[in-house]
Design a binder for this molecule. Structure first.
Ligand code: 5GP
Length: 115
């Protein structure tokens, strides 16, 4: 079940996105406001508000998101130099779209700690 969020609309093809990968469980598309040369969001088709909302039954799904993130990173040519995988959670974590998504960010050196 997808959601009424902007990502639910992208999953249902109600609004366009630059989709780079799709399978039965998830969709990956480029972030509309990229923070680096590669900025892809890996989004499960099932609606979960955030990583915090996962239960034991979603352990395999969340592992699949990480697996797909690594694959899209490799396809974008950033695997060798590295990249960042980020789940934002809650207000302080910077979550703005309440449909679970894994950010894949790379293609330039990233600073740490985050702001
Ligand atoms: P969050 O802050 O919730 O972790 O990340 C949400 C991300 O979704 C942001 O990086 C934002 O730029 C991206 N975003 C918001 N609306 C859209 C949209 O309509 N299309 C795409 N492709 N990305 C979006």
């Amino acid at each position: 079940m997808s959601s009424d969020t902007i990502f639910g609309k992208i999953i249902r093809r109600e609004i366009p996105a630059d989709i780079v990968y799709e399978d039965d469980l998830c969709l990956a598309f480029r972030d509309v406001n990229p923070q680096a040369p590669t900025h892809i969001l890996v989004v499960p088709k099932e609606h979960l508000e955030s990583a915090q909302a996962m239960g034991p039954e979603q352990r395999e799904l969340v592992g699949h998101l990480v697996y797909v993130a690594n694959q899209v990173a490799a396809k974008d040519g950033i695997a060798e130099r590295g990249y960042r995988l980020v789940f934002n959670v809650g207000v302080d974590g910077g979550l703005t779209v309440p449909h679970l998504h894994l950010h894949v960010i790379g293609g330039r050196p990233l600073t740490w700690p985050p702001g």
